[in-house]
Design a protein around this ligand. Structure first.
Ligand SMILES: NC(=O)c1ccc[n+]([C@@H]2O[C@H](COP(=O)([O-])OP(=O)(O)OC[C@H]3O[C@@H](n4cnc5c(N)ncnc54)[C@H](OP(=O)(O)O)[C@@H]3O)[C@@H](O)[C@H]2O)c1
Length: 160
């Protein structure tokens, strides 16, 4: 199954200066991301690839770029369709960033969203989630704590 996994703030902001908005202040979200994606295929845009700086372990890492030729540990493809074709696992997760989410939204069946209960000065955003298309099927709220600086919700949507 193809899914998107994303964390966004109250304005659907996902990034700025080619980094996450909450830096290291939400380790629970990184754990959640790791649990869901480990053992499967992840697909990302070239800017997210640069932001990561290394392939994420125990996952097939695919990067979409019009120019990139070499990136050790990554499979490089030229478009989203080629990324799906190159995937070696049944479960495929599109992990961003903004450009690739916008391309992939209409192609996936499930959204794993972390709603971060704060507003940041974002430069990159996730598209609107149309309730006529997407049904919220689960929501898990967490209050901020010592390790996690902001309230957050893990939300899952299925395509109707
Ligand atoms: N909060 C989250 O969950 C989350 C997740 C991931 C990323 N982020 C953040 O999102 C930001 C990056 O997002 P972004 O939108 O700037 O970049 P991006 O989507 O990661 O990558 C954009 C690049 O992908 C390639 N690309 C895009 N459309 C393409 C197409 N149709 N065909 C072929 N290649 C295509 C191009 O690479 P070339 O220029 O090489 O051709 C383009 O420059 C960062 O701030 C990052 O931290 C947040």
């Amino acid at each position: 199954m193809k899914s998107i996994i994303v964390a966004f703030d109250k304005n659907h902001g996902i990034g700025a200066a080619n980094d996450l908005l909450w830096a290291h202040d939400l380790p629970a979200d990184l754990r959640h991301f790791k649990e869901i994606t480990t053992g499967h295929t992840i697909i990302m845009g070239r800017k997210t690839y640069e932001s990561l700086g290394r392939p994420l372990p125990n996952r097939q890492n695919i990067v979409i770029s019009r120019d990139l030729d070499e990136a050790p540990g990554f499979t490089i493809v030229r478009d989203l369709e080629a990324a799906y074709k190159a995937a070696t696992s049944d479960d495929i997760y599109v992990i961003g960033g903004g450009q690739i989410y916008a391309l992939a939204l209409e192609t996936v069946s499930k959204l794993y969203v972390t709603e971060v209960g704060e507003m940041f000065a974002a430069q990159v955003f996730f598209p609107e989630i149309d309730p006529a298309i997407w049904q919220e099927v689960s929501r898990e709220h967490h209050d901020k704590d010592e390790a996690n600086k902001y309230d957050y919700d893990f939300v899952v949507y299925n395509r109707r």
